[in-house]
Design a protein around this ligand. Sequence first.
Ligand SMILES: O=P(O)(O)O[C@H]1O[C@H](CO)[C@@H](O)[C@H]1O
Ligand SMILES: O=c1cc[nH]c(=O)[nH]1
Length: 252
Amino acid sequence: MTSTAVRLGPDDTLTLTQIKVRDLAPRVLVVGDPARARKAAQLLDDTRQVGENREYVTFTGTYHGTAVSVVSHGIGAAGAGVAFEELCRGGAQRIIRSGTAGGLQPDVVDGSLVIATAAVRRDGLSQHLVPLAFPAVADTAVVVALSEHAASTGLDVHRGVVLTSDAFYPHTLLGNDHELWQQAGCVAVEMEIAPLLVIAALHGVQAGAVLAIDGNPLAEHDPSMAGYQPFREIVHEAVAGALDTALNALVA
Ligand SMILES: O=P(O)(O)O[C@H]1O[C@H](CO)[C@@H](O)[C@H]1O
Ligand SMILES: O=c1cc[nH]c(=O)[nH]1
């Protein structure tokens, strides 16, 4: 692929994530929540913390003998996009996001897993990088690897197009358009996959995502998200299943 993408050297430090390039593994797990990054780091062997700045916390270790880094990217496309871009500039070759999401279809409910095949680009960032006509598509090998490992978790697994949207809490003035995307067949809604897939594609990096479902705002008739409650056992189990799936797919 002809590319004008920036690549840094091993002695460089990525500016906002504060990771030394030599400390970054080519296979990277990304999660929104720094606390989830710390939990994921405990699943690695020989783990060491190699970066911390703002919402970006980074660990590197090995998983089943293969070097892996875990990085938190915070909530929302703009901040997460900083991390995704720096990881690509630092030499990441495969990036998998393990996040949480709301189900959009009636059968995509608490405790399910969703594997993203593509994302609707309703984020504010990615249109500044490449026109919206460019699709946000997951890498096929990553989707296959995620599907294989998700099946072994015993959780309810769905696969399809996800909606990436900047608005977590809508205002009654405009509401949200989740119903439109439900009718278009989107399976879940979250906030960072579209920029991940776009930035990775522009760098020639493999990327994909697996999501733990923590509610279904349409089915629960809760468009305001006032009843959002992700701190439940059924969600914790799905988050654990998503992390396990993502780590196995990373090293597949
Ligand atoms: O659980 P994470 O990875 O943060 O993902 C989802 O959760 C956050 C909103 O609660 C957003 O970042 C959304 O994308
Ligand atoms: O963006 C998100 C994340 C989790 N659950 C939701 O409903 N939306």
